[in-house]
Design a protein around this ligand. Structure first.
Ligand code: FSX
Ligand code: SF4
Length: 289
């Protein structure tokens, strides 16, 4: 097979209001490794060409930022846009910019709008991009909004896939990109635009402490045997496959190491799930639990 047969799929990754933890999480991807993800074919004859990523690219300054404009002009409709972080909109987007144009800062809001309009699909990676997350928490002085909200307000119809999590698991991102490359579609999404393959069940449904919950055996303090519901666990209202997939190359996960689930994949995170270490109030359990 000659290399010329391989289809290069351009990808552009921008960071807006967030902590860069989503990028750090992806760098921990194990199978495939980040090197293989970026250099090899993700699927037979399909290769990701990551044209822009603020944290890992070698380029800097104007030549690097020019790639964003070049993508809009010369790869319109071809590239996948990945947005990490929520979008500051207060004061016309004053609170965050990505590069300059004619000597003036280009706001994150403008960049995400321009790039989204010409992308084949937008992946809103992390809870900040998917729902607003921590940067949009009350009182939200910078007017942060999710990617889908910004695109909706601006009438941009490019499909958006949300991969929430603060941070998201690397497999959730890699699996979603593989689906996009394989099928050319977003795959099966839930009402919050999350891939059902990863977010189809609650933490509570697959939790190894579930038997304690069913027997009303609750831990009164961290480290005790039992279910962590009374310590504030949000597993009953949180959708993700963490109990099955585990984290850091299947080493452990939040409840496995004695903590609670804080609900980081939900649109309600953090405001409507706080205070995080108090029992859910009022007790919220799905009806089929
Ligand atoms: Fe947000 Fe990304 Fe939480 Fe951080 O930047 S989803 S704050 S882990 O990493 O957007
Ligand atoms: Fe597990 Fe939390 Fe459900 Fe208890 S409340 S079974 S710790 S997910």
């Amino acid at each position: 097979m000659s290399y010329s047969q391989v289809q290069e799929v351009p990808a552009v990754w921008v960071q807006t209001a967030g902590c860069t933890g989503c990028s750090v999480s992806l760098l921990n991807t194990v199978n495939p490794s980040i090197k293989h993800l970026l250099i090899d074919q993700v699927l037979p004859l399909k290769h990701i060409n990551l044209r822009f990523h603020p944290t890992v690219m070698a380029g800097a300054g104007k030549p690097a930022v020019d790639i964003l404009d070049d993508s809009v002009e010369r790869a319109s409709g071809e590239y996948i846009l990945i947005v990490e972080g929520s979008i500051p909109t207060a004061h016309e987007g004053l609170y965050g910019s990505i590069g300059e144009r004619d000597g003036k800062p280009v706001t994150m809001m403008t960049r995400v709008s321009e790039l989204s309009r010409h992308a084949s699909a937008v992946v809103a990676l992390g809870t900040c991009a998917a729902y607003g997350g921590i940067p949009a928490a009350d009182p939200n002085p910078t007017g942060c909004v999710s990617v889908a909200q910004l695109l909706g307000e601006q009438g941009i119809k490019t499909p958006v896939i949300n991969i929430p999590g603060c941070p998201p698991h690397p497999d959730w991102f890699v699996g979603t990109i593989a689906t996009l490359l394989l099928t050319g579609s977003t795959g099966d999404l839930d009402e919050y635009r999350r891939p059902k393959a990863f977010y189809g069940k609650t933490i509570h449904e697959n939790c190894p402490r579930r038997a304690y919950y069913d027997e009303n055996k609750f831990a009164a303090k961290f480290g005790e045997t039992g279910c962590n519901y009374n310590l504030g666990c949000r597993g009953p209202v949180t959708h993700a496959d963490c109990p099955l997939r585990l984290w850091n190359s299947r080493v452990n996960w939040c409840i496995g190491c004695g903590s609670t689930c804080i609900g980081c994949t939900e649109s309600a995170f953090p405001d409507d799930l706080s205070p995080l270490y108090e029992k859910l109030s009022p007790p919220q359990l799905p009806e089929d639990m």
